[in-house]
Write a protein that binds this ligand. Structure first.
Ligand code: TRP
Length: 462
């Protein structure tokens, strides 16, 4: 697919978000969602959650809490794509297509699967005891999450690197097997899938928990993100410190209180706290300052969070809107992939088959692409219908081959997916939809049909 650099983040919906998630993952991701030069995809990995959790109430609650968290903290859903994995039907469909090209041996080598087998063997059980095929297939589902949106980069923790490598392997295998077929179907020079890269942010703050170890659900040392003010205060009072008395100078190095404070404070505030430590601030007072700093940052979003949790319908609506927007990307790709592998459905709406005696080209005055170069030196194209009315107008493009690529992209969208919106067609401002969107769709479908007939005629002739 054309256009911007894409990053993608999956959030497993099993737990309740805590301060460590906030500082280490959510806050930086939300900041990134405001960037103009990247397209960001954030999604609730609720199919993955099923692999770890069989408690329906917990899954439902966690989905809601996590969605409300991201929205309350100001995720820019106009710019970013924010959706639930289980709303994107193309993801499980793609999972199967990928499953069929994935070596079982690759999955045998998954760290998570191997660890589960090793645990069984250590317990003198059958190696596969209690291991679901879901756990085994986890990497394929994750590959589908990433590949369906052709993400370039996936920011992850170290424990997920192998999964990204597997997504690359699986994507590469598919590209190798079906690349030529796909290029013919999609009229593009590109591979079906971009091979994603893992991005490990070395600077990302890991927050110490109550006991000084990394804040993590598995250590049971977390401070939940949305505690009411009073409980937040109480939780912070419970953070472990050394036994230095008030007035004794304190080390910032190795202090949990200081580390957490720093994750929330500005450089100036941090410098002031460092000074206070040197001057022997009492732990009680330091904790009070820490509480106030965190509460100042979270008070306003907390109100939004609580308001959203009281209006689950609103959360649902935002998620469905997000899913619709995401599917404008995933559906055309999956349609092209289906055709690529031999599963096209010719009766799909939008492909208006011609009657047996006439070709589309004969039956209607066919729409046309017009390509041209303007005085500004840039390359343009437009789409006009059979009567010459303008339907689509491109922006000026730097190179003539870009014109070809954008047209190919439009043909894939228009020829395979009748539900594309004005926004998908506009494709990051590369083209402007001038005529009625239905007219544009019809024109694209007609052109796709004409192309198909030409190819069929040529094949018969060859
Ligand atoms: N496996 C990831 C985790 O446990 C969650 C996830 C699912 C994910 N699908 C993804 C992350 C796709 C990145 C990309 O953290």
């Amino acid at each position: 697919m054309i256009s911007k650099f894409r990053t993608l983040t999956g959030i497993t919906t099993t737990g309740t978000p805590h301060l460590g998630n906030y500082v280490g993952a959510i806050r930086p991701a939300i900041e990134a969602s405001h960037r103009d030069d990247v397209e960001s995809f954030y999604f609730l990995a609720d199919y993955h959650a099923l692999i770890k959790c069989e408690d329906p109430a917990r899954i439902a609650q966690s989905r809601l809490e996590i969605a409300a968290t991201w929205l309350a903290l100001g995720l820019d859903t106009e710019r970013a794509f924010f959706y639930r994995q289980s709303d994107i039907t193309e993801i499980p469909e793609l999972t199967w297509l990928l499953t069929c090209v994935t070596a079982k041996g690759l999955l045998n080598r998954s760290h998570a699967y191997k660890a589960a087998v090793d645990r069984n063997i250590a317990d003198s059980e059958d190696g596969d005891a209690g291991i679901t095929a879901g756990l085994f297939m986890y990497p394929v589902l994750m590959a589908a999450d990433i590949l369906i949106f052709n993400a370039h980069r996936v920011p992850v923790g170290r424990d997920q690197i192998q999964h990204i490598e597997m997504a690359r392997d699986i994507g590469q295998r598919f590209n190798h097997l079906y690349g030529n077929a796909y290029r013919a179907v999609a009229r593009t020079d590109a591979d079906p899938f971009v091979l994603p890269e893992a991005v490990i942010d070395e600077n990302v703050a890991t927050l110490p928990g109550l006991d000084g170890r990394k804040m993590s659900k598995s250590y049971n040392n977390t401070i939940p993100l949305w505690l009411p003010t009073k409980d937040l205060n109480k939780a912070i009072l419970g953070i472990v410190t050394d036994s230095r008395a008030p007035g004794e100078p304190k080390d910032t190095e190795g202090s949990n209180i200081f580390a957490i404070y720093q994750a929330f404070a500005s450089p100036d505030e941090t410098a002031a706290m460092r000074q206070a430590f040197a001057e022997g601030i009492a732990w009680g007072e330091a904790k009070q300052k820490l509480f106030e700093r965190i509460d100042a940052e979270l008070a306003a979003p907390r109100e939004k969070y609580n308001a959203l949790m009281n209006k689950p319908d609103e959360i649902e609506e935002r998620l469905l809107t997000g899913a619709k927007k995401a599917r404008e990307r995933s559906a055309p790709l999956l349609a092209a992939l289906r055709e690529t592998i031999g599963l096209s459905s010719p009766a799909a709406p939008g492909s208006r088959p011609p009657s047996s005696t006439e070709t589309v080209a004969d039956s209607v005055a066919a729409p046309q692409w017009k390509r041209y170069r303007e005085k500004d030196g840039l390359f343009y194209f437009k789409l006009v219908d059979g009567d010459g009315a303008l339907l689509l107008q491109s922006q000026g493009l730097q190179r003539p081959d870009e014109v070809g690529l954008v047209i190919a992209e439009l043909m894939v969208m228009g020829g395979h997916f009748p539900h594309v919106s004005r926004a998908t067609l506009a494709m990051d401002g590369r083209v402007e939809v001038v005529g009625e969107i239905d007219g544009v769709r019809r024109a694209l479908a007609t052109l796709a049909e004409v192309e198909k007939q030409k190819r069929a005629a040529k094949a018969a002739h060859d």
